[in-house]
Each structure stands twice: as C-alpha cells, then as structure tokens.
Design a protein around this ligand. Sequence first.
Ligand code: FES
Ligand SMILES: [Fe+2]
Length: 287
Amino acid sequence: MELTAADRAAFDGRPREIDYDRRETLHYLGEYRRELPNSLNRMMENAYDWEHLPFVHPTSFADIELVEHGSWGWRCKTALPNNGGMQAVELLVDKPRHYWATTVVEGFGQGVEIHTQASENGDDGIVVSVNFYLPQPPESEAQGQMLLAALIHQYATLYDEDEALMTSRQEALDIRGKANGRKLTAGILLGASDAFAPEAASLLTVSGCRLILRHVEGNWIAHAAACPHMLGPLTSPDIADGRVTCPWHGYSFSLADGEEARSRCAALKVARVTENEAGCLVLEQDL
Ligand code: FES
Ligand SMILES: [Fe+2]
C-alpha cells in the first residue's frame, strides 16, 4: 500500500493530545468491557503497536501504512478487509492515565471515536472499558442497538486476539528473563535425529533457552524460537522462499543468514546443525 500526500494531509492540523471535552459534542453509543489477565504495561504497548493490526486482527484490518508515530500515539492509513476501502486512523495516548482515543479521521465510519480506559483489576490483571462515540446520533434506536452489537462483537474478537498476543509475549519475556543472557554454545547435543520429523518445526528447550529445529533443503538448522523484533513465536512449520514469517508483525527472516527482508529489526540467530556418527544432532554454531 502506498502513502500519498493526500493520505498525510488527512491529519493536517490535528492536535496530538486527547481533547476530553470533545466527547460532549459526540453521541455516546455504549461500552464494551473486558477483563484481561495481562498487565497494564503489555496493554499500553499493544495500544502503541500499530504494526500488528493486519497480522493479529485480519478480520478487522487488511493492511496498514504508518504516517507518523511517537510517544503521543500514531496515525496510519489502513485498508479494511474484503475491499472495504481505506481509512485514515489516529490513536492518541494519555499514558499516565492508561487511556487512549482512536478516531476514524477519513473513510468508512468517519468521525467515530473509540475511547479506552485500562485499569488494574485487583491481583487479576486489568479491565478495559471501551466506549464508542458517533459523530451524530443514529437514525433510530434500533439502528443504534444494531451498531453497538456489531461493535461489541468486533471488539470481543479484537481483545481475544490481543489477549493471546500479550500473554504469549509476557511468557517469552519471562523465559528471556530467566535465561538471563545465557547462550547455547556450539557442541550442544540436541537429540537423536530420528526423533524429529523433517517436515516439522520442532520446539526444543535446552538449558532454559527455546530454539526451533528445522530441516531445510536437506540440512538441519536451528534458530531462536522468539522473533528478534518483539519475541513473537517463530514456530510455524511453513517456510516460503527460505524464509520464516512472524505472525505478529509479518517480519520475514532468511533461514540462511537470519536477515529480515526489509532490515526492520536485528537478524534472527540461525545456527548450522550436523548429525554425528551416533545419529545425534549437534549444534555447530553458538545460538
Ligand atoms: S514480534 Fe514483531 S515481527 Fe515478530
Ligand atoms: Fe491489537
């Protein structure tokens, strides 16, 4: 998707701070409330993370291009699924309050604002209160009810998907924390080669570090199980053009040298693996 001058101009003159008073001028449609087992840190990180939208939420977003971002939030051009057209979308963050406001600046649903408050929920994670505002009142009570039901349905799916991502990311952070910089060094035995299916991506935990073992073009290789970008799971058995693609932001890593296709993050650590005389797989390089 290309960004044009008009895509950028859609945001001209807009402030970078949430104008809380504006809510008074909008029609309040209703709320979606959700308890999540995640932390406020993971939730705020998720709000800032524009790049995951089409990958983690494919039923709501088909594509995204960044116009600008910062500690204040982000502005993007997004494509809706099923050729549903383009939108200019802005998300402004009030970080100290754990509050963010998403506005459809242009395109389908123009003027809709979605205000979200995340709060601690005792010892059990957080609760998010998602509040939907329309630029004008709906034509009828029934239309408003239908719209609210559709939004609640959509947001339930979005938060199911985000809960899975945030939980998996926290697990990966905890594993990395426990590994405490420990590396797998060349010479480590990974197990008998006939214990691993060549068509699979086998997840192994060795000395507290997780790695993936694959058979690629006749050779065994190993790579880190967590994506070098934000620790997404690189566990898919699917390889295309010698690359593995992360499900969280679509970064794609060469299994030959680990480089990301567009150099968007550090390279993935990839190591050669050989089979010794006893039929055991041996890591040939540090990982
Ligand atoms: S975590 Fe972002 S692309 Fe993998
Ligand atoms: Fe999300």
